[in-house]
Design a protein around this ligand. Sequence first.
Ligand code: ADP
Ligand code: F6P
Length: 323
Amino acid sequence: MEVKNIAILTSGGDCQGMNTTLNIVVRIATMKGLNVYGVKQGYKGLYDSSFVKLNNANVENISSLGGTILKTARFPEFKENAIVEKCAKNLQDHNIDALIVIGGDGSFKGAKALMNKGVNVIAIPGTIDNDLRYTDKCLGFDTAVNNASNYVQNIKQTMSALDRGVIIEVMGRYCGDIALYTAAATACDILIVPEKPTGEDEFVAKVKESIAINKRPPVIVIAEKLYDVKHITERLNQETNIEFKYSVVGYVQRGGAPSVYDKILAMQFGVRAVELITKGIFNKAIGIKGNNIFEINIDDALHCEYNYNYELLNLFYLLNTKA
Ligand code: ADP
Ligand code: F6P
């Protein structure tokens, strides 16, 4: 089939590298003589038929910007069959031959729903959580970890100055990758991730053990959604002779310029997406393994084996074991 018109959207939580990908896709696709349409606000915009024609001028100077110029949205209605059908029809009415979706696992489920309605889709992994298991890295993850690490380094200095302990909560939804890489990169004392569930009593015992071994207040990184951070900080204040504070890193992880790694990844993902489309290859998810860019069926990407980096987690534990 001859492809003339393609559309692209960003969906779910924004991440660094989305704009870089938009820039690359528009430039490469234009070079190949394709028309590119941006869909505003992810699947919500698809439902509202919110299409904008994109050209090189629209995407000039956006590569280093966080967020997404197309905007994104959480649109839970997209789980409904009738809504997906309307979106597929909107694409057809606009003569769109293929759609590129950039997002996380929820967005990939949406891409699969569209694929099942006959839409030609290519999915690019973009989420700071890094929770799409078929690929080593998702766009945004590297930048989010760098942002979180800078934040932790600053906090470590002020906590050390006042001899305080601290619990730092990072994002990741149900995935402990941001917590793991941040804690490892900043040499924290204790790390708690969902992949190694730790009850509250066990957590408190670990903190007491760390204080006894290191003879100083610990710096603790925890993944979000595991504890009530305020409550557990109060408990540590009561049960140890150390003053504890807590800090929730929050949205600073998701904002700001993409790292060099994420920009290069965006470039590679964007180029491969357009290449596949021009070859008439659809319904693929693009990923990276080692240094290799590859594609697999979207369905397989969603049912991939769990590949948490237990090696790095064990390395972290080893470095925090009493000599
Ligand atoms: P992310 O893509 O970053 O994981 P979300 O989980 O919020 O973010 O998913 C983004 C969007 O994908 C949702 O707002 C919804 O429109 C769509 N989506 C999520 N889950 C499904 C699903 N099971 N079926 C169809 N669409 C879905
Ligand atoms: O999926 C990215 C993410 O930042 C998660 O780490 C976090 O749990 C969630 O989005 C926050 O979502 P929202 O921006 O809708 O509050």
